[in-house]
Design a protein around this ligand. Sequence first.
Ligand code: ADP
Length: 267
Amino acid sequence: MAGNTQQLDGQPLIRIESVSRRYLRGVDDVHALEHVSLSIHAGRFVAFMGPSGSGKSTLMNLVSGIDRPSEGEVVVAGQSLGELDEDELAEWRAHHVGLIFQFFNLIPVLNALDNVALPLLLTDLSKAERVRRAETALRVVGLDERVGHYPRTLSGGEQQRVAIARAIVTDPDLIVADAPTGDLDARNAEAILELLRKLKNDFGKTIVMVTHDPRALRFVDQAFHLDKGLLLEGADADRADRAVQLAAGGGLISSLADVADQVRRSS
Ligand code: ADP
């Protein structure tokens, strides 16, 4: 899995130039994003963080070509997404972006192998090659012994690993993850963050993750903090980083308190 990324000569893989996204809700104009500019280099693992309604999902949808900005430009792997019509954009997404969701979005009637091979049905690869690639992807996520298992027979953490295998099976430049640890317990959440970091370290993948999970800060190269549609910068961004770090510490303290509580009750 070497990646499809073309040589970008030191250019960022993702370039967002003064992007705004407004929605009309009734008579109200909702400013979901206001003049956001940022760059992400290839091989980086970054998080979009911020309170609910701050514009994280909107930004993620623009980066992955699911949505278009009201203003500004989104360039990914040298392609300005605004230049593509709907069909071209869908084709571009299929080749360049692997998506991971909070609730895994696996097909219940397909086993792990068939779920992972699904995106390859859009290619002209032979059945044997599709199976070979799906098996490789499942090996990368550590689930090669679960190929024949159906989603309902897998744990949440295992289902998310299958979903990650599905996201990497087409060897995309970019992996976009929407709250991938949001439905997992602490142990599985850390394992999934560790796996995403491995995809970056071992396979050079670029990963953009929307998350509320303060643990994520230990795994990502950079967190972009949003608030009310604005990207926080400078001292504001540092303050937001520290607040998330404090929340992560708070999480540790409260889980230690849980353990102490359990010990007290069982003695
Ligand atoms: P976050 O992911 O940080 O919770 P979102 O990007 O989902 O935030 O939303 C940002 C703002 O845009 C919110 O006020 C939300 O209600 C609004 N919004 C998002 N999508 C739509 C839509 N399709 N129509 C109208 N308003 C929307």
